[in-house]
Design a protein around this ligand. Sequence first.
Ligand code: 16G
Ligand code: ZN
Length: 531
Amino acid sequence: MSEFQEVSKQSGVHPKPAGLVFQYGTAGFRTNAKLLDHIMFRMGLLATLRSKTTKATIGVMVTASHNPEEDNGVKLVDPMGEMVSPTWEVYATQLANAEQEDLLAALKDIIEKEAVNMSQEAKVFVGKDTRGSSARLSQAVLDGVSALGGHSKDYGLVTTPQLHYMVCCQNTQGKYGEATVEGYYKKLSQAFIKLSKNASNCTDDQKHLSVDGANGIGALKVREMESHLKKELHISLFNDGSEGKLNHQCGADFVKVQQKPPTGMEINPGERCCSFDGDADRIVYYYSDSEGTFHLLDGDKVATLISTFLKELLTSAGLDLKIAVVQTAYANGSSTNYLENTMKVIVRCTKTGVKHLHHAAQEFDIGVYFEANGHGTVLFSKAAEEKIQQLAENSSLIDEKKRAALLLQNTINVINQTVGDAISDMLLIEAILAIKGMTIHQWDAIYTDLPNRQLKVKVSDCRVIDTTDAERRAVSPAGLQEAIDTLVKKYRKARSFVRPSGTEDVVRVYAEAETQDSADDLAHEVSLAVY
Ligand code: 16G
Ligand code: ZN
């Protein structure tokens, strides 16, 4: 077969250094960019096979998100814009680790297991972030696709959620939108402008937002989008990539972990600010008060704002739809308490990693999912979307119901349902605050976060820790959970858990308690128990 000869030939241009082993982790492959060329080529091959079996377009995104500039990575996107299925994650690992002389055998093994029809056409969409290594690495992906005779479309510089969106649009024959970056801006901005029209008395001052672009792709794309927003949002962009280094002392991950503002940003008291991460799939908000104290509004606060807004609209529209919020063990206890006991919405907890949250959210009419780190979106079931649309089109409705239904409809259109999207989340949050006439301080005051602390512990092998109950309890090593339980009892309103990281060789420790000192002490004591 000539295609295998072509694979052999091309793989020689992208050789694997012998002995190098990587795993397709929570967010694909991610490591120093120098080690990734062969992996990129092979992911091009794998995406082509995946496209043939699904008879649909598959996406490949070259990015390492919030990692430092020297790193890079790759993620595969399935037909509806979701993360690639777990079986194919296993294939990805196998193909990436096959030694040079075993590559064809590894490839043929997948073809056989999945009964891939090699005469089926294949199409792969490729995107990349702004890292120096991304151009070369995305070319390696394209080489992989063409070696197996697949067709590719290179979207060039796009955010991760934009690529997910393109894949979904393509495979739904345009029902979700047009598979172009321009189409994405149009859909989101039109919905945003319609939502904004419902904000009466909104001053120019209230339409102002400072955005930290993490010196990455998000900054570029916010610039491109701005003209579509018709002055309904005034953005001051910082860390736009013109001077600073990607993710260095800035971006959503830095702000969340360090609990302080990014460098390179001017912050005036009370002003709304937000940070994207390096591939613009995460967002966190913050402000500094009149005393100069920094306040962070993370993914939990975002989930609360969005779910409150949606629940109120459902009530006004008289729609009986089941809404749930999906969180992880990292969600602040105060947020869970507020959602369950004050808001009375269903709350689910899943393991860390977007695919777990996404999956859980799909089980409800409306599933709002957010990780505390700011990655999240809202999913509407097909039935829910249809009910909302019917109501919005029903001309005999009284004003309040009609208004609520139209707001819901535009909310659906401003959201990127394929994956968490900093730009889309930003537009939705800005619209909600404007409609509710809410300041960032008022949003922050919905509930008060419990003080918390995260630590990481280096151990020789973090896999000795095994967890259950959505990572909230340790089942091994023996005695660890009992030790944590004893420590937690010493503090008021306390909670703590440990879990092995899926992206680094460390164990993560989380603790929260009534005071910051207690949270710090508890985290420290639990990390000692991990040794
Ligand atoms: C990945 C995940 C993110 C998760 C993080 C946890 C995706 C797209 N990204 O970045 O959701 O919060 O890993 O990292 O799933 P950890 O396992 O090292 O704590
Ligand atoms: Zn990211």
